[in-house]
Design a binder for this molecule. Structure first.
Ligand SMILES: Nc1ncnc2c1ncn2[C@@H]1O[C@H](COP(=O)(O)OP(=O)(O)O)[C@@H](O)[C@H]1O
Ligand SMILES: [Mg+2]
Length: 257
C-alpha cells in the first residue's frame, strides 16, 4: 500500500475542469513532485490533497484511510501536514515562537487557540522548547531564534514555514511552491533542508515551477497540463518525455513558465 493515493480525482469549477481524472501514488520515504505550466491545475490538486476542498469526483487516501473531504486539521492529525504558497507566519512573534505554534496546531484545530493556550505543565513546556531548538538547528535557523519573523529575509521565512510544519511531527509534508520567489542561494539551502527532512524519514510531496530545483530533489515527478496528468516518472524520464517538452515549450517561457 502506498502512503498517499490520489484516485481518479476530478475537480470542476463551474464548467472548468481544473483537475481531470488524476491518479498517482506516493511511496513512503520518497519525494514526489507535481509540476506543470501555469493554469495546469497544480494548486487545485494540492488543495484537494491537503483538504482545503473536496474533489468533485474521486478520492484521496492517506495510510489507507480516505481523507478527501475532511478538514485540514483532521488531515494534519493523521500525519499529513501542509505549508502555504504565500508565507503565513505570525510576523510579530519570534522565530522560535512560530515553531512553538506548530506543536499545538494538530491538537487545537486552530492557531488562535494554540496561541492562547498555555502548556499544561512545566515539563511539557521544557520539552517543547527543547524540540524547538532541535528543529531550528535542523533547518539552520538557530541564530535567528529570537528575531521577529517578519525581519527574516524571504528565504529564511520559507525555512521557518518548514520548521513550523516539522513541529507537528508529520509523516508526510506537503509543500506548495516552496522555491517561489527565492534566489539561487536560498533555493540551494531549501533543497538541502528538504532533502534532510526526507532523509529523517518524512515523505514529501511538493508542487513547483522551478524545474532545476525539482530535477534535483524529486525521486518521482507527475506532470499536469490543462488539468490532466500527461506524464509520470523519474527526473530523467520526465526530462526526455516528448509530451512534457511539448507542454512546456507551448508556453513562451519554457520550463520555468
Ligand atoms: N477557485 C476557483 N474558481 C474558479 N476557477 C479556478 C479556481 N481555482 C483555480 N481555477 C482555475 O482552474 C485552473 C487550474 O488552476 P490552478 O490549479 O491554480 O493551476 P496552477 O496551480 O497549475 O497554476 C485554472 O484555469 C484556474 O483559473
Ligand atoms: Mg498554482
Amino acid at each position: 500500500m502506498s502512503l498517499l493515493e490520489v484516485r481518479n480525482v476530478t475537480k470542476r469549477f463551474g464548467g472548468l475542469l481544473a483537475n481531470d481524472s488524476i491518479e498517482f501514488s506516493v511511496e513512503t520515504g520518497t519525494i514526489f513532485a507535481v509540476i506543470g505550466p501555469n493554469g495546469a491545475g497544480k494548486t487545485t490538486l494540492f488543495n484537494t490533497v491537503a483538504g482545503a476542498f473536496a474533489p468533485s469526483q474521486g478520492e484521496v487516501a492517506f495510510r489507507g484511510q480516505i481523507i478527501s473531504g475532511q478538514p485540514v486539521h483532521k488531515i494534519a492529525q493523521a500525519g499529513l501536514v501542509r505549508t502555504y504558497q504565500l508565507v503565513q507566519l505570525f510576523k510579530t512573534l519570534t522565530v522560535a515562537e512560530n515553531v512553538m505554534v506548530g506543536f499545538h496546531r494538530v491538537t487545537s484545530g486552530g492557531v488562535l487557540a494554540a496561541l492562547l493556550r498555555k502548556p499544561s505543565t512545566q515539563r511539557q513546556e521544557r520539552m517543547i522548547e527543547a524540540r524547538t531548538r532541535e528543529i531550528l538547528e535542523f533547518v539552520g535557523l538557530t541564530h535567528r531564534a529570537d528575531v521577529a519573523a517578519d525581519l527574516l529575509p524571504y528565504g529564511e521565512q520559507r525555512l521557518l514555514e518548514v520548521a513550523r510544519a516539522l513541529a507537528a511531527s508529520p509523516t508526510m509534508l506537503l509543500l506548495d511552491e516552496p522555491a517561489a520567489g527565492l534566489n539561487t542561494e536560498e533555493t540551494e539551502s531549501l533543497a538541502r533542508v528538504i532533502q534532510r527532512v526526507n532523509e529523517s524519514g518524512v515523505t514529501i510531496m511538493l508542487i513547483e515551477h522551478d524545474m532545476s530545483f525539482i530535477m534535483r530533489v524529486a525521486h518521482r515527478i507527475a506532470v499536469l497540463d490543462f488539468g490532466r496528468k500527461i506524464a509520470e516518472g523519474t527526473p530523467e524520464e520526465i526530462r526526455a518525455h516528448p509530451d512534457v517538452i511539448a507542454a512546456y515549450l507551448g508556453g513562451t517561457e519554457g520550463f520555468d513558465d
